[in-house]
Structure formats: C-alpha cells, structure tokens
Design a protein around this ligand. Structure first.
Ligand SMILES: Cc1cc2nc3c(=O)[nH]c(=O)nc-3n(C[C@H](O)[C@H](O)[C@H](O)COP(=O)(O)O)c2cc1C
Length: 357
C-alpha cells in the first residue's frame, strides 16, 4: 500500500474504487427494502452525547480484555462470508491485522482460506463462527477440529436459519462466492437449529459459546440460563430479516435482561469511534464492525485494516475525552440522549462525503 490513510473516509473511498460493482453491492447491501440496514445507522445516529466537562482527560484508555484476551479496543472483527473477494488474503489477512493491531477476530465458516489454514498461518486467540451445513455429528467434528486448531471461542449464528432475499444481488443474478443464496438447499440443517443445539454444545464442549443474532431480552435471558458465554446482539448488518429494530435500540433491552451475568456484544451500523462509544455507554462490552472490517480490507489488505483500526482507536479516545471520560468503566447511559437524526440515514451515512453507495 502507498500512503497511509489519515481518515476513514479515504479508506472507504479506496474500497469503493477497488471493488467491482457486484462485490460492492454484496458488501454494502441488505435484505429486501434494506430498512433494517438503514435503521441500524438511524439508531446509531439518534443517540447524542451529553458531554461532561472539566474532568481530567489527559490519560484516556480504551484497552480492555475480551474472552480473556488483552485488546487495544473493545471491538471485534465479525465473521464476513466470502471475504476473500474483497482482498485475496481473505480471512488470513484479517487474522494478521487483528493480531498486529490487537483486537479479536471471529472467522466466518464460509470464507477462504479455511479455518485450519488460517490458524496455521496466523496462530493466536480467535473465535470460529459456524453455520450448520450438515447434521449434529458433522458439527461435533468441526468443533473438535476448531478446538484442536487453537480457536478460543465458538460462535453460533442464530439469525440465518434461512437465507434472505438480497435484491441488489438477485437483480444482477449475482451469486456470492460462498454459493449461498435465497432458496439454497444447504440450509436444510441450519433451518432445523434450535435451543437443543445450544444445549448440545454446552453439554459437550468446554469452549466459550457466543450466540450471535439475539434481538430481544427474553432470548438473551434464555441464552444466559443455558450457559451461553456471550450474548451477541445483531441483525446480521440488516442482511437477514427486513424491518427489524436497529441493533443499538435492541441493546438496552438485552443488557437489562442479561443483568451483567455475561458479556454482551453488539453490531450493526457501527462505523466510527463515536459510534463505538455510544454502544459502550448503552452497556455493550464489545462492538462488532463488519462492513468496516471488509471495507478496510478491500482498501488495501491487512495493512489498511491496521491503519483503519489505528484511526478508529484515535476516534474512540477522542470521543471519550470530549465526552469527559477517561476510562471505559465511566461510560454509561447518562452520557446519552435520544433525538431524531439530522438526515435520512443509509449504510454509508457515517461518510457524508461519499455519495456512491
Ligand atoms: C459481506 C458480509 C458477509 C457476512 N457474512 C457473515 C457470516 O458468514 N456469518 C455471520 O455470522 N455473519 C456474517 N455477516 C454479518 C456480520 O458478521 C455482522 O453481523 C454485520 O456485518 C454487522 O453489521 P455492520 O456491517 O453494519 O457492522 C456478514 C456481513 C457482511 C457485510
């Protein structure tokens, strides 16, 4: 990569010019009317800061630990299927960036290279995300292989029991590299997943289990009762069920239901440092940034992703300092108030200088 980016806007501009329209639309698009996608951003943009002043903010730190791993930011890089189409390094390039910068990666089960190759190329703590492609015996085999390969957590994605209708792709007859599309028959097992699947994994394996795609308090409480180790609030970046609440709006209900018993992660529409700080104020322990991860990778591989994470860290610490807070422990709901967003929100409204999305 040539010059380093000084802003996240430059990172997104580079991604836009590097990607073919089909891959761009697969990345930024959502399901059907894309209302869940837009609501994710509208939700994030609806929360405003009520900053405190005259606190000493000369030493601000956003360092913490996630699943026992020291990280520089309370951010996770979520699973992105077919990520190798955005940059040839795929999941291994994300692994390198996550290690070099110091955040946790959740590797998708539908990307390249495969999970064992990634673990071999870039050893280190990492979570493996699974779609149930075959029966339970198959899943058991995969979990054992993931543990043997050194994965430190296991993520079950619960919001994708069937594949949604993503019209940007369907209109162009574009099939993602994973081959997954609306109506595909490899969803037969995924569709049969149930709470028994969670019980089965918890009974047999001593690896932290993350359930991703939780959207309401009662499901979150059920996860905790069943021994799930992390409740992950997500609507798949607005790519699955259309007309859901913004994830940031489902977050307080989930946080209240979980009552601090396990960590709560959230993703959906978080693109900037200030966005991350808002989620932390509302009780999230970590924030996933899916399109951020893929756009940065598309902009220039692992190096660009590290560059983007460094800018993000600066934005997070700047937002904390200007809100009058120097420690993650002091972020709370009292720092926020809700108002209507300034303008209609969309997937890239965090980057108002870019108009081609
Ligand atoms: C291109 C793309 C592919 C994705 N593939 C997966 C996947 O394989 N497994 C999964 O659990 N979630 C997948 N997701 C959802 C992300 O993990 C994450 O929940 C979402 O991107 C968060 O929203 P954001 O993009 O607004 O940050 C994908 C998202 C995108 C954008």
């Amino acid at each position: 990569m040539g010059d380093r980016f000084l802003t996240l806007t430059e990172m997104v501009q580079a991604a836009r010019s590097n990607l073919h329209r089909n891959d761009w639309d697969y990345l930024v698009g959502g399901a059907e009317t894309e209302s869940s996608l837009k609501r994710n951003r509208a939700g994030v943009e609806s929360w405003l800061f009520k900053p405190r002043v005259l606190n000493d903010v000369s030493e601000v730190s956003a360092r913490t630990s996630i699943l026992g791993q020291e990280v520089r930011l309370p951010v996770v890089l979520p699973p992105i299927g077919s990520i190798q189409v955005f940059h040839e390094g795929g999941g291994a390039a994300v692994a390198r960036a996550a290690r070099d910068f110091g955040v946790l990666q959740v590797l998708s089960s539908v990307c390249e290279p495969d999970f064992e190759t990634v673990a071999e190329k870039v050893p280190g703590p990492r979570v493996y995300q699974l779609y149930l492609m075959q029966d339970q015996a198959w899943m058991d085999g995969i979990i054992r292989r993931a543990v043997d390969a050194g994965y430190t957590g296991f993520c079950l994605t619960a919001d994708t029991q069937v594949y949604s209708r993503r019209e940007r792709d369907i209109l162009k007859r574009h099939v993602p590299a994973s081959g997954r599309q609306a109506g595909a028959n490899d969803f037969a097992y995924q569709a049969r997943m149930s709470w028994d699947t969670v019980a089965h994994i918890k009974e047999r394996y001593d690896i932290p289990l993350i359930v991703k795609g939780v959207a309401r308090g009662d499901d979150a409480a059920r996860c905790v009762d069943m021994g799930v180790d992390v409740v992950y609030v997500s609507n798949h970046g607005g790519r699955q069920l259309d007309h859901t609440r913004a994830c940031i709006d489902a977050l307080p209900e989930v946080v209240d239901a979980v009552r601090g018993r396990v960590p709560v992660w959230v993703d959906g529409g978080f693109m900037r440092g200030a966005d991350v700080v808002k989620a932390l104020c509302l009780g999230a322990d970590a924030v996933g940034m899916g399109r951020f991860e893929a756009l940065a990778l598309a902009a220039g591989g692992a190096e660009a992703l590290v560059n983007a994470l460094e800018i993000l860290e600066h934005e997070v610490c700047t937002a904390m300092a200007l809100a009058g807070v120097s420690s993650l422990n002091d972020l709370n709901r009292e720092l926020l108030v809700r108002e209507a967003p300034l303008a209609p929100s969309h997937v890239l409204s965090a980057f108002p200088l870019i108009d081609d999305y």
